[in-house]
Design a binder for this molecule. Sequence first.
Ligand code: TXA
Ligand code: MG
Length: 396
Amino acid sequence: MQDAFTTQVIQCDPSSIAFSNDLEAKPEVHSEASIEALSLGARHLVDEGNVVAFPTETVYGLGANALNPTAISRIFSTKGRPSDNPLIVHVSSLSMLKRILPDGYEMSPTYRSLVENFWPGALTLLFPAPPDSTIIPKAVTAGHAAVAIRMPSHPVARALIALSGVPLAAPSANSSGKPSPTRAEHVERDLGGKVPIIIDGGPCDIGVESTVIDGLNPDGNLRVLRPGGVTVEDLEKAVSSLVNVPKVLVHRRDFQDEAMEQAPTTPGMKYRHYSPSVPVTLVMLSSTKGFASFADLIISASVVSDDQRLKIGLLAPSDSLLLKYEVPLNVNVHHFALGPRGDLAANTAGLYDGLLTLEREGVDFIIMEGVAEEREGLAFMNRARKAAGETKYLLR
Ligand code: TXA
Ligand code: MG
């Protein structure tokens, strides 16, 4: 059953919260309003077993007490999420991490280096789940032997976990299948009436989800199950000085896993993902193949007749080459500018915001320009391919 709520949106200024540079640090909160917002969030999470939407540096999360099975079931019902899709657990300190791992577990040198370099931050690591599912309920891991964990760097997220005193399981705060929210208003539009509170900490910096890594294979290599906020290039650099340098293998680029393809343990494999309610076409500029004109491409991507007025959303850099092409007279282009061409971090930060904003503006369909598949662009293209129903090429 879906609970009904009058959703309260409550502001919490990230700049009012500080952590010292230490993975055991406690938050220092310098504003009454922030203390109030965080305490209210913590009360909902711990006392009521409710879900709370909150900002992280990647996307907004829909959090619940990771130790409470009833609270976890509310995440699934609120999002309409399939129960076989496991959740990431968020911790605020290394001692909190230790409390949910098997007794006597020691991190490998590779994991120690990743934690040192990227926590708190947009890196999720798979750890062995404790055999006793009374610590982490089965619903969190969907029965898998591993549990995915990260320590978020967003001050509001980390302070909310610290104040709650329990780890928070948190998927992105969107209905299953939709683009992830990067602003409080995205969450409100999607989940308003279904969650008691949304903590508004402003827009998310990174704008795509965390990188999910499986480093549990006995070969010692790192398998990137989902590219995300921490780039493969940065991961490679961080582990390059270890005595045994692991390979960083990207799923589908460097390795395949049949069992994994069937199980939904990696986002977007089994279920539809990141799709707004309007059709999306991914456009790649090519020097060898594709449509000769942008107009032909638009006509081929549209579902209406030539003479009907069309409102299309263009999700592309501010100086996109697509802007130089002519469009048919009946076409009105809404351009959502993703920062300058080649600024892959900026392009990626605006990706979900662009999809959700253009959808809200009521465009008939969205044309989204592809970017280079390197650094942040790897996560961009991973999400773009899943959001888009089709990919079309345009001769440059
Ligand atoms: O940046 C993020 O990671 C955001 C913020 C809120 O922290 N969270 C997020 O959660 O993206 P979600 O549920 O939308 O995506 C988590 C993905 C799942 O799709 C799942 O496939 C993978 O992480 N995952 C979770 N637990 C796993 C496990 N035990 N084994 C393998 N993959 C797992
Ligand atoms: Mg998600």
